[in-house]
Design a protein. Structure first.
Length: 96
């Protein structure tokens, strides 16, 4: 579980990132979760965009992404989700 201070730090780190995944009409799939998990292992912090044609609620999508990848939900702002997961092999981010 992240503290508020750690979340603020991660939000500032994620500010300049571009979304690297998009959740569309099909919703969250197992293949997508595997790819996001691999990206989290390499980057630790990722942004995911939820498209307007998505049929699920954005809060449900964010929760499913976090649970499916075993990551921490840092932020859901608009239709953008920010996830963080500590990397085993590529540790880059030092939390305060």
């Amino acid at each position: 579980m992240l503290t508020n201070k750690q979340k603020r730090f991660l939000k500032s780190e994620a500010h300049h990132l571009a979304p690297i995944f998009q959740v569309g009409k099909g919703g969250v799939s197992d293949a997508m979760l595997v790819q996001i998990g691999e990206a989290l292992e390499k980057r630790e912090l990722v942004k995911i965009s939820i498209l307007q044609n998505n049929e699920d609620g954005k809060h449900d999508v964010a929760e499913n992404l976090a649970k499916g990848t075993k990551a921490e939900l840092v932020q859901l702002i608009g239709h953008t989700v920010v996830l963080y997961k500590t990397s085993v092999n590529n540790k880059r981010i030092e939390l305060p």
